[in-house]
Design a protein around this ligand. Sequence first.
Ligand code: PMP
Length: 395
Amino acid sequence: MKTDIFSKCFEFYHQLETVKKTEKYFYFRTISSIQGPEVNINGRRFIMLGSNNYLGLTEDQRVKEAAIKAIKKYGTGCAGSRLLNGTIDLHEALEAQIAEFFGKEATVVFATGMQTNLGCIQALVTQDCVAILDKFDHASIIDGCRLASGCFKRYPHNDMQSLERLLQCEPEKPKLIIVDGVFSMEGDLTNLPAIVDLSRKYGARIMLDDAHGIGVMGKNGRGTAEHFGLEQETDIIMGTFSKSLATIGGFIAAQKEVIEYVKHVGRALLFSASLAPPLAAAASMAFKIIETEPERRKKLWDNTQFWLEGLKRLGFDTGYSTTPIVPVIIGDVDKTFEMCRYLEENGVFVSPVVPPAVPPGRALLRTSVMATHSQKQLEKALDAFNLAGRKAGII
Ligand code: PMP
């Protein structure tokens, strides 16, 4: 019998060492430059096609300066939770700005997107309540449900008939449908119009995790709900600052009673220190830029179209993506790593995604474009994909 709680770590370490010696390990790669359209790794330059920096704002001078200014005024941290000593005027101003941006009554910001889902779901899905999730929902939503005292059920990806069946079960129990707006691995959209119809028919509420939709989707960058013209019908809009908003942190926007409740009951907010001042300032500036510079979004969509069409023309399977997240579906795990290695050799950074992060047989390379990629960079990356795909026998 193994009596040492660390024994699994020793075993894992040994296995990891073996994997690292093969050419199938592409995780925790160390970047030594800004997260832009190109990055430095081990002294080499790579075209970055694995980033969530959709609008390229991590390099924006105004965003950087806002963060620096906030450090000068407020220091580097708030040294406490929002509830006690950690609320500063910057948080409240950011919350008011976000509420106005989404046309909601109120907002609360958390220190990360993950914590936002943990705190919000744990607070709302109490005993005798049911959370209903899409099978492709982000891990932080599932973990929020695990922390909650209510139960959760999942329907097959975007299968509205199965969602309806789940809504029909236990009609006496209050229900919250929680879905990603843009699915983070495959870049396809949730069927929000159908979800809104069903939520009304069965009296359920909707929480939309729009981590990958904000700044990207909708005429004004207000996300997937704006894209479908369903902002008011979407009860809770959740987002993170770690993608288009160029920093880290998260928020929910909803009616004031819901926000006050989550602020006082969400453990991930109550028992964790508040969003650091430079991050609040950076997010605020990024929101301003999203509002005032629609040309960035236009460039992002031009790049998306160029990239998606380029990959399709080469013969790759890009699934159902209609967004800047474009999966290259390979299926086989070993082939996926082989592709990744060839791409790395040719100076292209992509992320291999293998089960259990995707269903078995659906291993893929997650690629994503930014507004700041040049056409030349994307052309070069397409050449690398062409070469890699032929060498690996994918196309
Ligand atoms: N929701 C979704 C859909 C995400 O993709 C992510 C991050 N990958 C999160 C929530 C968590 O956000 P954060 O990284 O800001 O903690």
